[in-house]
Design a protein around this ligand. Structure first.
Ligand code: ADP
Ligand code: MG
Length: 330
């Protein structure tokens, strides 16, 4: 069953139910039959998702009073930092916010997903950090969403952690560049997401020095919590010595499969340690999410009806609402 078919069926289900009662059970759309079967958790799940998608369509996404700078960080690789950065950014931009994603990972995966050029030699975050090129000169508008911008990363960034060691104000390079942007051509930005590399080196430090918030994606797998203490210590160290304004505002549980005990246990443990920061909404494992970068897309534009797009839109709304209420957790 293709997902499109599924959604057509769900959409028509509520409105047609009255009209179809006379049609025999056997001749009806198989999905309708499935949905009627009280014992079908899959159908129930899909209907709940469609209801959530519709509710989100009419939901308000309040803009923050001033630019929120969010470092998406976790020194573990493959936990969903890039996926979360680009999809939350795209979901917010889709709802009218002005959003910039700074790709601070030499892999350049965020640049790929956002469909911006990042071949070696393209003006990028490397030039901003090492050569003081203004950020406005290297930012590119994303092809699919008008209010979404990306400062790309090229492979040149691979040496930056070492090259930065000997430059002046090495921890403040991103801070100084972003301040200039936000005081000038970027003054209308609502959100800046910084997609950090999988390390706690100088690139991540630069992100934390300029960020007002840290968003930590956690993959609900074994060893998920390992390294979290180190990450929290780093944030605390930055708060004490370099940036009093920083705090961990948000934890997102990624690639969550609620059918496994392990995922549920990890989620429970994360929530018990960080009850106010951990969002209720989790991100399900989804093929649509993982294939989207292959089309130079986020899942928000690639397949807006998919479970991953709905989850990331719900997460974006939670983030927007918390920020607008001034209640990001400190
Ligand atoms: P990180 O930036 O932390 O290294 P990524 O965001 O690149 O992690 O995700 C790691 C891998 O997992 C990627 O191949 C990505 O496509 C995949 N992935 C991330 N989130 C999901 C998801 N919800 N469902 C399926 N695959 C996912
Ligand atoms: Mg990444």
């Amino acid at each position: 069953m293709s997902s499109d078919k599924t959604h057509d069926s769900i959409v028509s289900d509520d409105s047609r139910r009255g009209a179809t009662t006379a049609v025999s059970r056997e001749t009806r759309d198989p999905f309708d039959r499935l949905a009627e079967d009280a014992g079908s958790p899959l159908a129930a799940e899909m209907m709940a998702m469609e209801r959530q998608r519709r509710a989100l369509e009419s939901a308000d996404f309040p803009k923050p009073p001033s630019t929120r700078v969010i470092a998406v960080s976790n020194q573990k690789g493959g936990v969903g930092k890039t996926t979360t950065s680009v999809n939350v950014a795209a979901a917010l931009a889709k709802r009218g916010a002005n959003v910039l994603v700074i790709d601070a990972d030499p892999q350049g995966n965020a640049s790929t997903a956002l469909g911006v050029d990042h071949r070696s030699g393209t003006p990028s975050i490397y030039d901003v950090l090492l050569d003081e090129t203004p950020m406005a000169k290297v930012a590119q508008r994303c092809p699919d969403i008008d209010t979404l911008w990306c400062v790309p990363a090229t492979i040149d960034l691979a040496g930056a952690d070492i090259e930065l060691v000997s430059v002046v104000r090495r921890e403040f390079r991103l801070h100084d560049a972003l301040r200039d942007l936000l005081e000038g051509p970027g003054k209308d930005l609502d959100y800046v997401f910084i997609d950090c590399p999988p390390s706690l080196g100088l690139l991540t430090l630069n992100a934390m020095v300029v960020a007002t918030e840290v968003l930590i994606p956690i993959q609900c797998e074994y060893y998920a919590l390992e390294g979290l203490t180190q990450l929290m210590k780093t944030v605390e160290m930055v708060r004490k010595h370099l940036n009093q304004g920083i705090h961990v505002s948000t934890i997102v549980l990624t690639m969550y499969d609620g059918r496994t005990n392990l995922a549920r246990e990890v989620a429970h443990e994360v929530r018990s340690h960080f009850p106010s920061q951990t969002l209720e909404q989790t991100v399900p494992r989804s093929v649509r999410v993982s294939e989207a970068p292959g089309f130079a897309q986020t899942v928000i534009t690639h397949d807006p009806h998919s479970s991953g797009a709905v989850a990331y839109t719900a997460i974006a709304r939670d983030i927007a609402v918390r920020g607008a209420a001034g209640s990001e957790n400190r």
